[in-house]
Write a protein that binds this ligand. Structure first.
Ligand code: FO1
Length: 315
């Protein structure tokens, strides 16, 4: 089978993960691509359920994303937010007017008893996306960040405090009740390749892997399982990955990320800029240009990864 006929499942967080998902969308048939998204960043805000990573994927794959930020909608207005400010609210979390419509529809459907998986499918259809976007679980999970100024909800840590507090530890509240959905189970059962996007291993991928039965369902499959580094030359492309690794006591490098995934992966994609990669841990690796600026870069990287997997048969 040509690589583009294979079923690909990719685990993603926010901006970096959505970029690789867009690359994959460009080279795969929609029915062959399933994107499993972190929901640990989700929270209630002004009565609305906000799912930042899911929306980043939805907006990116539908061509609606604000490319400067990597999240939120393009051509957005903030009249509602200004009205909240006029009422004396702090409004540290930037909600655009059109973005609010997404949260309204989602919150209303949740109140009517729909599962998050069905809601995301509804939103994806509404945005004309053919690929399968599935939340990691239907249960509410909240990434809680234990810092030097106390325990913070994820968006308080990330947005309100601009990821400046020093992180001591993380926990995923509600994870013990988070089951695998039928949709995630089915996608993993028929996957020919599993990819882990260049998302934050601790903030984005670890919550996905912590869903009850997720690791087992992945390891049950004798398929290539390949992670892409979010660290290039000791730095994160975007966000707090490098700062967080340092605070949690890891060396900030692709090798550290490969070691973090060691039990799970059969292959690892480093960045070409990191020349002296240590391949001693037995995982097969390749160095590619992992920095995705243009849409062509995203398709190119996706194609290079799948071609490498095809040639190496990394199972
Ligand atoms: N990130 C920010 O840094 N500041 C914001 O005000 C902000 C608002 C926001 C609204 C909707 C949405 O879907 C995402 C938003 N993000 C914002 C991104 C969000 O914090 C994500 O969780 C991060 O990108 C981490 O994945």
């Amino acid at each position: 089978v040509a690589v583009t006929e294979k079923n690909i499942v990719v685990l993603v967080g926010g901006v970096g993960g959505a970029k690789l998902a867009l690359g994959l969308q460009q080279i795969l048939k929609p029915e062959n691509l399933t994107i499993v998204v972190n929901t640990g960043d989700d929270f209630w805000h002004y009565g609305l359920r906000v799912c930042p990573d899911i929306d980043t994927v939805l907006y990116t794959l539908s061509g609606r994303v604000n490319k400067e930020n990597g999240w939120g909608l393009v051509n957005e207005s903030t009249t509602t937010l200004q009205a909240l400010r006029d009422l004396g609210e702090e409004t540290w979390f930037l909600l655009g007017d059109k973005d609010i419509a997404t949260h309204m529809l989602r919150s209303e459907m949740l109140r009517r008893g729909y599962r998050l998986t069905a809601i995301v499918a509804r939103l994806a259809r509404g945005m004309g996306i053919g690929a399968n976007i599935v939340p990691m679980t239907d249960a509410p999970v909240a990434t809680m960040v234990n810092t030097d100024i106390g325990e913070l909800e994820f968006q308080e840590y990330f947005v309100k405090h601009r990821w400046q507090p020093i992180v001591k530890s993380l926990r995923y509240q509600g994870i013990e009740d988070a089951q695998l959905s039928l949709e995630v189970k089915e996608a993993l059962a028929k996957a020919d390749v599993l990819l882990i996007a260049p998302s934050n291993p601790w903030l984005s991928i670890a919550p996905i892997l912590a869903v009850v039965g997720m690791k087992e369902a992945i390891l049950a499959r004798d398929i290539p399982r390949v992670a892409v580094t979010p660290i290039v030359e000791g730095k994160a492309i975007k966000g707090p990955a490098a700062k967080l690794m340092n605070e949690l006591g890891y060396e900030v490098s692709g090798e550290s990320v490969a070691a973090f995934y060691e039990d799970l992966i059969t292959g690892f994609v480093y960045d070409v800029r990191d020349k002296d990669i240590n391949k001693s841990n037995g995982t097969k690796s390749i160095a590619l240009d992992t920095i995705m600026l243009s849409d062509d870069d995203k398709a190119r990287l996706a194609q290079q990864i799948l071609t490498w997997i095809d040639e190496k048969e990394l199972a």
